[in-house]
Design a protein around this ligand. Structure first.
Ligand code: GAL
Length: 811
């Protein structure tokens, strides 16, 4: 056994050495120069960029601000929000300076080019990218969210230096949210031999999936001379690089993708609960010479939707517990970072979510890799706009010429991710109610089917009646409804599919740690402090509370699940305060912009997380001056029943009540009279036995700080991150729930300060300066590992508080 493993390992090492010779990918993350402005001649190789800013990518030129309401002040009617009369809006795109031109330049690493092909691959560039090599334009890609690549072989000089320059431009009024700016995702160079698999050319599908066997179909599209004779060795490996299957075939390249089919017995199927992955590898030989080795990770799983089973993964019906995610990472802006993406996904998984929707655009490959590994299903979306404008300078300018190319790239780049279970061709496009809109939908869906016959296609629809009347909704694989819970039944009755997906749900608004009185449901409610209440009873004129979605999912077998708007707050779209300054980020998040859970997190967790119990009380219990006032108390729990006590005095033992919308999923004590002291809840299980208890105490004066890091050990790669939550506490260790204390941060040793965020949508403090006020007693600051191993020493200080230190390891 040992011997076999050693042989396998040796074989794998030998192959990777060979593959390094035949195919080489270089991640261009370092050594870039950056400058804002429309700079004449910046594409020329001899242009002097010495005074430009030296940066690494991923990079977002706008995230350091400053916030300024003039940047995105617009007088518009947001028709998606049902507005007909224009009004002045601020903060719609985050009030950050993303508009304008930015240039990036770098020198490409030297590489022997004789007989080689070179491609440059962008995982996304914001936006209207013009790519130049040695002063010559290589290509243009307008859509800022998509991945694209160009063959740059003819542009490279064989001798000397090759200079890459990228010009990006963001138009005003081009987005409904903060899009970010710059080379915010990785850029890679790929060198191959003349005969090779093309970029994104390897694809794996699993046409037959069962517990006993899976058919694995591996296809490869090549760059090769017509009629070239080749030998292909196709291999399937497990996650530990053990070879499971292998096949060899002689072929003649005739321009049609080569295909090999292998049968794997007793496959481990991919699912959110058990995300099993495999590797498919192809080696191409020209005679005895190995000319290319390409490989791709994949999963074995089957996705089906139909009227009988609804949404089915591996033959089992399940209701999707999904969240919509915008692409920005709060204080890091749009510049992606694997540790930050992973933290977001882990927070959602811990809540019990099993899916994400990449609203409203193409995801990054890194995010999809993480979804594969962690086990999150994905609705991968493409467009927020087709031909009809939502924003004056939005994607509508490019739709006619680019929509097909954009969809093709989305699918070719991402088709091997088992996490992706459906494509979305749009979100709330006005074409739903326009003549010919259904023909566009059909065309886009057909493109998806042509490129990938294995996944269903959806659209998020908000104009339900129109979309039903003109057959727009009927032609979709998956009819997705955004909000409009009152139209679900009609849509189900009138549409042929026999099921409905909540493609976008809830849009409940709240600010972490903010509680408003009197407590009652509101729509479009605003308060003078530009915050929303965390009793989770406030939504928009078009949206609803979580319970309204859950009632549908629980009572109607044909509702196949939901994607809640949104998992995290994001920059821009500060509804219901889009006419109020300052407010520059959203209130929709289940977590705030810093990634800190709001109360709503525990409401979803109580319903979604089947692995662990939830017992959460709100509000906090520190209300000086409100002694004797009524402070309603809510408990979010999966237990059916609980008793509440204030300083030992029972406030009643209550059960969830399926007959009342709000009492079906929450436990509410609406008449609790506030007295400082201890609020305690005792939860009972189905058998009436005490299951768990939780206490909240009235806090005293702030005296100190508590630090907790999401990760205490980082990798010495110069990019890894730790997110450290800081809480202001009293002498007993209670959170001071309204503390607004200015803090400062010092980071020494093998790392540096990266950013800080307190989750307050009205804060104009910059994210990149190591000081910030806590918001309702908390904030999160981010520390980045250096490239050297050692310790990171962190110190957090605030006036009249005991400073707190923490050490992290970098390995
Ligand atoms: C939806 C839209 C989202 C977001 C949301 C806010 O209609 O699809 O992008 O704007 O409203 O509630």
């Amino acid at each position: 056994m040992k011997k076999r493993m050693a042989v396998t390992l040796w074989a794998t090492m030998a192959v990777s050495l060979l593959s390094a010779q035949v195919r080489k990918e270089i991640y261009l993350n370092k050594g870039w120069s950056f400058q804002r402005g429309d700079i004449k001649g910046a594409e020329q190789p001899d242009f002097n960029d010495q005074n430009w800013q030296k940066i690494n990518i991923p990079h977002d030129w706008a995230i350091t601000g400053p916030f300024d309401k003039e940047i995105d002040k617009q007088t518009v009617a947001i028709t998606q929000n049902g507005e007909t009369i224009p009004s002045e809006k601020t903060g719609r795109t985050g009030a950050l300076p993303y508009i304008g031109v930015g240039w990036y330049r770098t020198t490409l690493p030297k590489e022997s080019l004789a007989g080689r092909r070179a491609s440059i691959i962008f995982d996304g560039a914001m936006s209207e990218a013009r790519v130049y090599i040695n002063g010559k334009e290589v290509g243009f890609w307008p859509y800022g969210y998509n991945s694209f690549h160009f063959d740059i072989t003819p542009f490279l000089g064989v001798e000397g230096e090759n200079v890459l320059a990228v010009r990006l431009e963001n138009q005003p009024e081009s987005s409904r949210w903060y899009p970010g700016a710059g080379l915010y995702r990785p850029v890679r160079l790929l060198f191959t031999n003349e005969t090779a698999v093309v970029p994104w050319g390897l694809s794996v599908t699993t046409p037959v999936v069962s517990d006993s066997l899976a058919q694995i179909s591996i296809k490869a599209e090549l760059n090769a001379h017509q009629n070239k004779k080749l030998r292909a060795v196709t291999t399937v490996l497990d996650q530990k690089s053990h070879v499971l299957l292998t096949k060899e075939a002689n072929l003649v390249w005739r321009g049609i993708p080569i295909e090999e089919n292998l049968i794997l017995e007793r496959p481990a199927l991919w699912s959110p609960e058990r995300p099993a992955l495999y590797l498919a590898k192809i080696e191409l030989y020209d005679g005895d010479r190995l000319v290319d080795v390409d490989s791709v990770r994949f999963g074995i799983r089957e996705v089906k939707v139909n009227a009988h089973g609804g949404f089915m993964l591996n033959g089992k019906s399940r209701k999707i517990k999904g969240v919509c995610l915008h692409h920005d990472l709060g204080p890091l802006g749009a510049a992606i970072n694997k540790a930050a993406l992973k933290r977001q996904l882990l927070i959602m998984k811990e809540m019990g979510a099993d899916a994400i929707r990449t609203a409203h655009n193409m995801p990054s490959p890194w995010q999809m890799e993480l979804c594969d590994e962690l086990g999150l299903m994905v609705m991968a979306e493409s467009f927020d706009e087709w031909k009809a404008a939502k924003c004056k300078n939005g994607y509508n300018r490019f739709f006619d010429q680019w929509a097909e190319r954009d969809l093709v790239n989305l699918i070719r780049c991402h088709r091997n991710h088992p996490s992706i279970v459906m494509w979305s061709i749009g979100n709330e496009v006005p074409e739903q109610s326009m003549d010919g809109g259904n023909r566009i939908a059909k065309r886009l869906q057909d493109i998806c089917h042509r490129e990938d016959p294995t996944r269903p296609v959806t659209i998020g629809m908000d104009r339900v009646d129109n979309a039903i009347a003109n057959n727009f909704a009927a032609l979709l694989d998956v009819p997705g409804l955004n909000y409009r819970t009152h139209r679900y039944q009609t849509a189900y009755d009138k549409l042929p599919q026999g099921f409905i997906l909540g493609s976008e749900t809830a849009s409940t608004v709240s600010s972490r740690g903010v509680y408003k009185y009197p407590v009652q449901p509101y729509q479009q409610k605003t308060y003078p402090d530009a915050q929303s209440s965390s009793y989770d009873l406030e939504s928009c004129s078009w949206s609803n509370l979580p319970e309204e979605d859950w009632e549908l999912q629980d009572d109607k077998p044909w509702v196949i699940g939901e994607f809640v708007w949104t998992g995290f707050d994001y920059l821009g779209e500060p509804t219901p305060y889009d006419q109020v300054w300052p407010s520059r980020s959203s209130y929709f998040g289940i977590c705030d912009l810093a990634g800190l859970p709001k109360d709503r997190y525990y409401l979803y967790r109580s319903k979604w997380n089947q692995e662990a119990h939830t017992l959460h009380l709100l509000p906090h219990w520190t209300w000086p001056g409100k002694e004797g006032d009524i402070i309603p108390v809510y408990c979010y729990t999966d237990f059916p029943e609980a008793e509440l006590f204030v300083n030992g005095v029972s406030q009643g033992r209550i059960k969830k009540n399926p007959a009342s919308k709000l009492d079906r999923y929450r436990l509410r004590w609406n008449k609790v009279v506030y007295q400082p002291g201890t609020l305690k809840v005792v939860a009972y299980n189905e058998n009436g036995a005490i299951a768990q208890e939780r206490e909240v105490h009235t806090a005293g004066k702030p005296t100190g700080l508590r630090l907790s890091a999401d990760r205490n050990q980082l990798i010495a790669d110069g990019v890894d991150l730790s997110f450290i939550t800081v809480e202001v506490i009293d002498s007993e260790g209670n959170l001071c729930p309204d503390a607004a204390v200015p803090l400062s941060f010092t980071v020494e040793g093998s790392g540096s300060f990266k950013a800080v965020c307190n989750g307050d949508a009205t804060s104009l403090e910059p994210f990149h300066i190591p000081q910030m006020k806590t918001f309702n007693g908390k904030l999160v600051f981010i520390v980045q590992a250096a490239e050297k191993k050692g310790a990171i020493r962190v110190k957090v200080s605030g006036a009249q508080l005991k400073s707190e230190r923490m050490a992290l390891e970098v390995e």
